[in-house]
Design a binder for this molecule. Structure first.
Ligand code: ZN
Length: 442
């Protein structure tokens, strides 16, 4: 364990530490961030009203739109002279969001990532290959500083350049790797194409995140690469990766770094807390951040929490794997579908590779779903390249039925020949919206 004092802290002791830090944070935002002061005043609450952790429910929520409305630096609690770094998320709709860090924030972030790497099975003596993208996105640089804080050796590869990634794995012999599940699978596939068995590589553990993934994907990653795959969680609004991490011992829920982040789970409709073990929306409050403290941030991520003891010895609250952000969810004829649910089903089908895309298309006024899947080389040979072969027809029927029963949506399954579905160079593109395409006139 990297920091047992906090990772194994007694629950009561943790609660009093959290309360002390929460009160400080609330006072800080009231004094320094106009957005919060106005909201508190509107609600008639003052920082002195926080006498217990339960009093957090008196405080207002913060949403992504609040970050956009205060773009770029409106929510910062310190002056620009104290900010040492900025990160941000790309704005898929509208303006991007910006977050800032003081030197202490950067150190705290590095510490929680170092804890995460150790939880994943990492050691100070490791070489660690980081394939997360470097840049405004928090993944690359976030992991990077954590590896250094641990005292291990980071190889700052960033995403893409897959041939080079393979050479580095072969020559530098990293024990650990971090990246998106889709990209690491892409690397494994290219290794095989080069005649290298990824299971024979030096890799012993992988830290995977930045896109939603499933238990079935974990099996696939572990089988393909012969490593232990753990899930990391985080978002730039809270700090970046390292808010929580699975331990390699249990791989059963992600330990939240509770001395820095206070978690709540709420019903997204009533906004009231739900009991432990029940699914709801994750809400986080930062407890120690200086530059960009955040109060009750609604993540849009659906999860549940447990405070039960874990076999690894950590005493911190664990959250269940997130199915996907509400942003990733697609609504098809009134039914909510997460790409990770589609993935869970697909990865159970033999003779398919773990690369897929969901295309949304429109025929006349009707929205339809095409699920693009790719058969593996063995099956391709078996059917002699004939996608109308009865084996393919059988698979198609089976997948259609499974999708209908698990995702409650009819999908048109489109089979692709090997190596035709785009491979991920970072974040996989799982959903392609083609509904605005004009029909082709001949
Ligand atoms: Zn554990």
């Amino acid at each position: 364990m990297y920091n047992p004092q906090f990772e194994m802290m007694d629950a009561n002791e943790m609660a009093s530490l959290q309360l002390e830090r929460l009160r400080k944070t609330v006072q800080k935002v009231y004094d320094n961030v106009a957005f919060y002061r106005e909201k508190f005043d509107e609600l008639g609450i003052s920082p002195n009203d926080i006498g217990s952790l339960a009093d957090i429910t008196k405080l207002p929520f913060t949403k992504k739109v609040d970050l956009r409305n205060n773009y770029p630096f409106g929510l910062f609690a310190v002056g620009q002279e104290d900010i040492v770094r900025l990160h941000g998320s790309s704005g898929t709709s509208g303006k991007p969001t910006v977050v800032g860090y003081t030197a202490n924030d950067v150190n705290m972030w590095a510490e929680v990532v170092a804890r995460s790497i150790v939880a994943a099975g990492g050691k100070k003596t490791d070489i660690f290959q980081n394939t997360y993208g470097y840049g405004l996105f928090t993944g690359g640089i976030g992991l990077h500083y954590g590896v250094e804080a641990l005292g291990a050796t980071v190889v700052p590869m960033s995403g893409g350049n897959t041939d080079r990634q393979i050479t580095i794995i072969e020559d530098f012999k990293p024990r650990g790797i971090a990246g998106t599940p889709s990209y690491i699978l892409n690397i494994a596939e290219k290794m095989r194409a080069r005649g290298i068995d990824p299971r024979d590589s030096s890799l012993e553990y992988g830290i995977f995140g930045a896109e939603p993934w499933s238990e079935e994907m974990r099996q696939k990653l572990e089988e393909e690469l012969g490593l232990k795959a753990v899930d990391i969680y985080g978002l730039s609004e809270i700090i970046g990766p390292g808010v929580s991490i699975e331990c390699h011992e249990a791989q059963d829920g992600l330990h939240i770094q509770e001395d820095h982040f206070f978690v709540e789970v709420i019903d997204p409709d009533t906004l009231l807390p739900v009991p432990d073990g029940e699914e709801g929306e994750l809400v986080f409050t930062s407890l120690t951040k200086e530059a960009f403290p955040i109060i009750r941030y609604r993540t849009g991520d659906i999860s549940s929490i447990t405070r039960e003891k874990c076999i690894c010895g950590r005493t911190t609250t664990r959250m269940s794997r997130v199915k996907g952000r509400t942003d990733d969810m697609i609504i098809i004829r009134g039914v909510n579908v997460f790409p990770s649910e589609v993935e869970r089903v697909l990865l159970q089908i033999e003779s398919l590779v773990p690369h897929y895309q969901i295309h949304l298309v429109r025929k006349q006024t009707l929205d339809l779903v095409e699920l693009h899947v790719e058969i593996d080389d063995r099956m391709y040979q078996k059917i002699a390249g004939d996608l109308e072969h009865e084996l393919v027809v059988g698979m198609k029927k089976k997948i259609e039925k499974l999708m209908k029963t698990t995702c409650l949506v009819s999908m048109d399954i489109v089979f692709n020949v090997p190596q035709t579905i785009p491979r991920s160079e970072g974040k996989a593109i799982r959903v392609v919206d083609r509904r605005q395409e004009q029909p082709v006139t001949v």
